[in-house]
Design a protein around this ligand. Structure first.
Ligand code: ZN
Length: 179
């Protein structure tokens, strides 16, 4: 198990366009496995490769649905290589989104409620599926990362500034605590 360091705003790499993966091999599979370890440890439900400073079109998602009240979350890991959103619904949904690269900040973001995506998994198998609910939001959030887009970009300038100011304040407090 390897935990990779997660980069945070305002790291300019988060604004990069990630490059397509050209070969799915053992090295990539090890990287995907490290990304899952990093995401579970964070903890988070999605992670794009650029967030661990590797600007490649790779992302992992696991909503870790609680099986039942008080039960262990059921792991359902998805690895997406070179994902593409090929269709988005007109109907929209709103989720309170967060991001491991914008720690402890959450905002309600409206996005298409359903999307159809195509991607390869870490074995090189093709997938083509329509997803909805939280998974649809998560797929869109992570694909945005591959294109250098963050959820705060959907906020008004005023709301975005508030989020970034709260983050700066939090970092300052944590810095003081650590000192
Ligand atoms: Zn994110």
């Amino acid at each position: 198990m390897a935990l990779l360091p997660i980069i945070e705003v305002p790291d300019p790499l988060l604004r990069a366009q990630s490059a397509p993966v050209e070969r799915i091999d053992d090295e990539l599979r090890q990287f995907v496995s490290d990304m899952f370890d990093t995401m579970y440890a964070a903890p988070g439900i999605g992670l794009a490769a650029v967030q661990v400073a590797v600007p490649r079109r790779v992302m992992v998602i696991d909503l870790q649905d609680p099986e039942e009240e008080g039960g262990e979350p059921v792991k359902k890991p998805y690895a997406f290589i070179n994902p593409e959103i090929v269709w988005s619904s007109d109907d929209r949904s709103v989720y309170n989104e967060g991001c491991l690269s914008i720690p402890d900040q959450y905002s309600e973001i409206e996005r298409p409620a359903r999307v159809r995506a195509r991607w390869l998994d870490e074995q090189g198998r093709q997938h083509d599926a329509e997803v909805d609910g939280l998974l649809a939001t998560c797929v869109q959030h992570e694909v945005d990362h591959l294109n250098g887009v963050l959820f705060i970009d959907y906020l008004s300038r005023l709301k975005r500034d508030i989020v970034l100011r709260k983050l700066a304040k939090l970092r300052k407090e944590q810095g003081i605590k650590a000192a």
